[in-house]
Design a protein around this ligand. Structure first.
Ligand SMILES: [Cu+2]
Length: 650
């Protein structure tokens, strides 16, 4: 696939000379931005597979950039490299196989449990975490829900979240960087066409005027130069985890230099920053900004309208030019392409990706445009949207008084962890069997996150959508010219800059700044109440994946009223594990929890199937002959403590 000839190398050298005055050089957009196939259900199966992927199948990367010594390097990305994909090869209605990342799940809100059987076909442990969703901790797909090779994990939960764009990705302890970087990520739409009055007023035709954009900045590990005179690098592997860096190659849905054809009307762009490390400053421009060289240059950004943050609709379509997109965060924009002519191009640009004062993220940027949108009047949405509603959804702080306030301090140590740095919360690392916080279900809490490090961290918490009530310190947000406004102060609700507004599960906390938010830790529909259990933790962590892997992560449990918070020892946990699973005629338990209690079996709707008194579960053999085949729930109540596990009976 590598087709560089002496002649084209010569041309490259000419181009190189032409562009050597600038940090960035010409990029063409000859690839097609893939629109991941959508799965509407009811067949939600996915397989995690090893695959190979070409990030530049048409050879769009033709440009060069200067090294500090003035010489130039050319990267050849037009090769297949190892990757992971979430695929669904057994489904008959899949139009094309993915070679990278995952399909888009389009899920209606429902109080009925959905079963996502996830089969691990790769030669490593992994997990699949549903980022942004409020679900039972046992279905969350965090570090505890590991899926072994050749086994299937059933993640079962109702979709009770607000209409929003969520996503799913690997969350394996210590290895999230590697697995997400190599493709373990996909997007999920939560929608409610039957009850959401905004559904029909906003672009909603998948792949026509409604697009998922998994925006990533990647680094690649290259071979050494074949011959110095050739100045050509070859891609041999994607392993940003080992030398993560800022990610020089910007891409959308797994291709660099891609074009996406859009209709001559309003289009909904659901942006996810799925990068490993880099915080993006995203905007739409008519110019691809190749010649940008100075922070005093003024860049014209087109105006988009923000309709939703990570947790759902905002109050009204808020005009934005460029905007800060933190790692793991999602933003939905609507942009009006009817102002252009057929064939016109608008670029999705990530501008000068460094944060102010952070010299580590400086340097020459390989390309500024992540993809090109090409207006195509032959694309005809069934129901083209020509104007936006004046208002979207009322926004107020979550009801109720604050039940408890917690303070977390982001800290770091030099000399350990990934990249020579250990990142911590409250000076302590993530330990799998230590619960750091116990939250009483159905309460509202206030969390204060104080970043004492010299690095910005995008704070992320599972299960809940939070609302910023105060931010003190330096806040970096786009200035409309392509850089950042860099403002210091105390911002208090309701007088928040747009950057801090809305339901969020990710918020960037700049170095030295302090974030305060409120969130409700609510329960699930009645048949799921029993799942609020202290044995399954939810995570909160920095979403810079290398920081997460370097231990800037802790866990909390949400307990119900049967478990007084005073009796749950934060920092201690005893285990009880059911095996085998799947099982047929009987099950056993192992672990160090030997207290007497009551063992119950339920079906997935919460109907009691069987109940018996137990003296000590470890060592007992429990017959399951009389129970229905399929998935059932096994509950063990002992004093104020409950264990819960799903069991597959074959
Ligand atoms: Cu961090």
């Amino acid at each position: 696939m590598k087709t560089t000839t002496t002649f084209s190398a010569f041309l490259c050298l000419i181009v190189l000379c032409t562009w050597s005055m600038n940090a960035n050089a010409q990029q063409v957009f000859s690839n097609t931005v893939p629109v991941p196939y959508a799965i509407w259900g009811p067949d939600w199966r996915i397989d995690i597979i090893d695959t190979t992927h070409n990030f530049d199948p048409m050879g769009a990367v033709t440009d060069v950039f200067n090294q500090s010594d003035g010489s130039a390097l050319k990267f050849d990305l037009n090769v297949s490299v190892p990757a992971y994909a979430y695929n669904n090869p057994d489904s008959t209605n899949v139009p094309g196989a993915l070679t990278y990342a995952g399909p888009t799940f389009i899920v209606d809100r429902t109080n009925t449990a959905i079963d996502f059987p996830i089969r691990n076909r790769v030669d490593t442990l992994t997990t699949v975490h549903w980022h942004a969703l409020n679900l039972p901790a046992e279905s969350d797909g965090g570090p505890h829900q590991r899926i072994k090779k050749d086994s299937t994990w059933h993640s079962i939960f109702p979709i009770i979240d607000e209409v929003q764009t969520a996503w799913y990705h690997s969350h394996l302890m210590d290895f999230t960087t590697d697995q997400v970087t190599r493709g373990m990520a996909g997007i999920m739409y939560v929608q409610e066409p039957s009850a959401d009055p905004l559904y029909s007023q906003l672009p909603n035709e998948y792949g026509v005027n409604d697009f998922p954009l998994n925006i990533q900045a990647k680094n690649f590990v290259f071979d050494t130069i074949i011959t110095p005179a050739d100045t050509t690098y070859l891609v041999t592997a994607i392993k940003a985890g080992e030398k993560p860096g800022p990610g020089r190659f910007g891409m959308v849905n797994g291709v660099v230099g891609g074009s996406l054809h859009v209709p001559h009307s309003m289009v909904r762009l659901r942006m996810l920053n799925g990068s490993t490390i880099k915080i993006l400053n995203i905007g739409l421009t008519k110019d691809p900004l190749f010649n940008y060289t100075s922070s005093s240059d003024s860049i014209h950004f087109e105006t988009m309208h923000l309709i939703a943050t990570g947790g759902g609709y905002v109050d009204y379509p808020r005009p934005f030019t460029n905007n800060l997109l933190s790692l793991g965060d999602r933003r939905e924009f609507v942009f009006d392409f009817s102002q252009y002519n057929h064939g016109d191009t608008v670029y999705l640009t990530h501008f000068n990706n460094k944060l102010p004062g952070d010299t580590k993220y400086g340097g020459n940027w390989y390309s500024s445009a992540m993809c090109a949108f090409v207006v195509d009047t032959t694309i005809q949405p069934m129901n083209p949207v020509t104007s936006l509603p004046a208002t979207l959804k009322p926004y107020d702080l979550a009801p109720g008084s604050v039940f408890k306030t917690r303070t977390k301090v982001l800290t770091g140590l030099s000399g350990g962890g990934a990249g020579g740095q250990q990142w911590l919360i409250d000076d302590t690392p993530m330990i799998m069997n230590v619960i750091n916080d116990t939250v009483l279900v159905n309460t509202k809490e206030e969390w204060i996150i104080n970043n004492t490090t010299a690095h910005a961290h995008p704070w992320h918490i599972h299960k809940v959508q939070f609302q910023v009530t105060e931010y003190a310190g330096t806040l970096g947000f786009p200035d409309g010219k392509g850089g950042y406004k860099d403002s210091s102060g105390i911002y208090t609700y309701p007088n928040l800059p747009d950057e801090l507004f809305g339901y969020k599960d990710v918020q960037l906390i700049r170095d030295g700044a302090q974030l305060t938010y409120v969130a409700r830790f609510d329960s699930f529909p009645s048949q799921w109440d029993m799942d609020s259990l202290f044995t399954h933790g939810f995570m909160y962590h920095c979403h810079i994946l290398t920081h997460e892997d370097a231990s800037m992560m802790h866990q909390f449990v949400v307990v119900d009223s049967l478990v007084p918070t005073t009796s749950v020892g934060e920092g201690e946990i005893r285990t009880l594990t059911l095996y085998p699973n799947p099982a047929s005629n009987s099950i056993k338990f192992k672990g160090d929890y030997t207290d007497s209690g009551v063992l119950r079996f339920y079906d997935l709707n919460g109907r009691l199937l069987d109940e018996r008194d137990i003296q000590s579960l470890p060592g007992s053999t429990i017959s399951t002959d009389h129970l229905p085949r399929g998935i059932i729930k096994v509950e063990y109540v002992s004093g104020n403590i409950r264990f819960l596990e799903k069991l597959v009976l074959q």
